[in-house]
Design a binder for this molecule. Sequence first.
Ligand code: PEP
Ligand code: MG
Length: 322
Amino acid sequence: QKAEWHKLASQRTVTANDAHVELGANIGNPEDLDGVLANGAEAIGLYRTEFLYMGRDQMPTEDEQFEAYKKVLEAMGDKPVVIRTLDIGGDKELPYLEMPEELNPFLGFRAIRLCLENQDIFRIQLRALLRASVYGNLKIMFPMVATLDELREAKAILAEEKDKLQKAAIDVSETIEVGMMVEIPSTAVLADRFAKEVDFFSIGTNDLIQYTLAADRMNERVAYLYQPYHPAILRLVNMVIQAAHKEGKWVGMCGEMAGDPIAIPLLLGLGLDEFSMSASSILPARSQIKGLTTTETKAIAEHALYLDTANDVEAYVKEQLK
Ligand code: PEP
Ligand code: MG
């Protein structure tokens, strides 16, 4: 098995009927690149930039950020690199940023909410990203978007910073795609509208599951409700993919679910274009996908959408995979 995986490291990810899907890696910092390259990732589907800001006593400067982004972009060459803007708050805190104590941090002041209010922080990051964009195939992604207003405001700020850099004769790529995470149910439900205003979606199931089932992802007491295979989750994922494809946009998934062998046939069947996971899951996933066809997974997914419970879905997929 190890030998087969090793061979797969240099191959594209294709199904048994030769349909291509992209397998990307999730990273937290440039040191993760070795694992990404060794495991033959076709992209970086999620670079969680908050780690650049954590474990230190002051904000990273624009230049520090620029160097980190450039390093990742250069290492990946022309392969896509999706860099997510700062997703702090919730369970992640910064010692140098005063944050009010909140009763429900996961429903509170985090990610894009914090960035739109503290625009100085946001603009520094966007400038670093824009400057780094000429070194590779950059895609910028906004986390925790709940409303079209937030998306529009974030895009407008990005456009302003781009304009300023260009007026200062600093090179910026003209082909940067701009997308958003779908991790709040409101955006999945309204995906048809969001799809008109982004280049891509990436579904963040870690949060989408907790918000859809109202089960805190850190709370053991309600862990039994944290159900990736819940038909409600599958239907939301389906809606997002359908809406995006109607507008000619692509959809990835960067939550844990994307690397799960039970979920993979379902996601493939629903038409997911890109799967982003921890680097160590890439070769097993590529090997699994090689044995699946588009037609059979489509039938599996369509059936699963109409089952009653997560347990039913899991049992059904296992039976079909036998
Ligand atoms: C997610 O919510 O699925 C996700 C990928 O983001 P994070 O785990 O960083 O919240
Ligand atoms: Mg998230």
